[in-house]
Design a protein around this ligand. Structure first.
Ligand SMILES: N[C@@H](CCC(=O)N[C@@H](CS)C(=O)NCC(=O)O)C(=O)O
Length: 209
């Protein structure tokens, strides 16, 4: 498998965590989202991911999957152990609920292309991003399990989506300590090799700003 990834991309980090947690061998292919206007717009890459975003996962048979929730659920079905979802249905739904808050209620609203468009129409891109980050993080905080992890005893989809989003929130100047349940889960997750080893600064393309 080949994972097309950008070091600072929260969506790429989600998939890196899942691959690492399940110890799935793969090759990392960096896609620089800024340099030269963004390699995600190159025609070769756009033919892999028509949304011109990372991540994309190229499978060994030549098929390509995009959209990190779909990629991670595919990996979960193909490699069920160790699991990324709790066993009981309500906790499974809760893990998916928290992941969806990030995937639909936060990240898309502060994506690079969206922020560029916000700026183009004359609005304050940083203020816009912070609005959605604060609203979404407050929702996550209110739904978090007693912990330390967000949706059960073990790490789940909820943690995989939340931790990269917290990293990203700090880039926008958000004080993530204001969300104690999220901060506690983040500290617990960063003790887990699948999170620590795949963190943005540890990526081979990390210096290529
Ligand atoms: N729903 C997609 C979102 C992917 C996405 O927005 N990726 C961002 C990085 S986290 C990106 O490639 N942005 C490039 C751009 O906006 O030009 C997923 O979960 O895979």
């Amino acid at each position: 498998m080949k994972l097309y990834s950008y070091w600072r991309s929260s969506c790429s980090w989600r998939v890196r965590i899942a691959l690492a947690h399940k110890r799935i061998p793969h090759e990392l292919v960096p896609v620089h989202l800024i340099r030269g206007g963004g390699e995600q717009h190159d025609s070769a890459y756009a033919s892999l991911n028509p949304m011109r975003q990372v991540p994309a996962l190229a499978l060994d048979d030549g098929d390509v999957l995009t959209q990190s929730p779909a990629i991670i659920e595919y990996l979960e079905e193909l490699y069920p152990e160790p699991p990324l979802l709790p066993r009981d249905p309500l906790s499974r739904a809760r893990a998916r609920e928290l992941a969806a808050i990030v995937a639909t209620g936060i990240q898309p609203l502060q994506n690079l292309s969206v922020l560029r468009e916000i700026e183009r129409i004359g609005a304050d891109r940083a203020a816009w991003a912070r609005t959605w980050l604060e609203r979404g993080l407050a929702a996550l905080e209110s739904r978090a399990a007693p912990g330390p992890l967000l949706a059960g005893d073990g790490m789940t989809l909820a943690d995989i989506f939340a931790v990269p989003q917290l990293y990203n929130a700090r880039r926008f100047g958000i004080d993530t300590d204001a969300y104690p349940a999220l901060s506690r889960a983040e500290s617990a997750c960063m003790q887990i090799p699948a999170f620590w080893d795949t963190r943005p600064e540890a990526q081979p393309d990390a210096d290529a700003r």
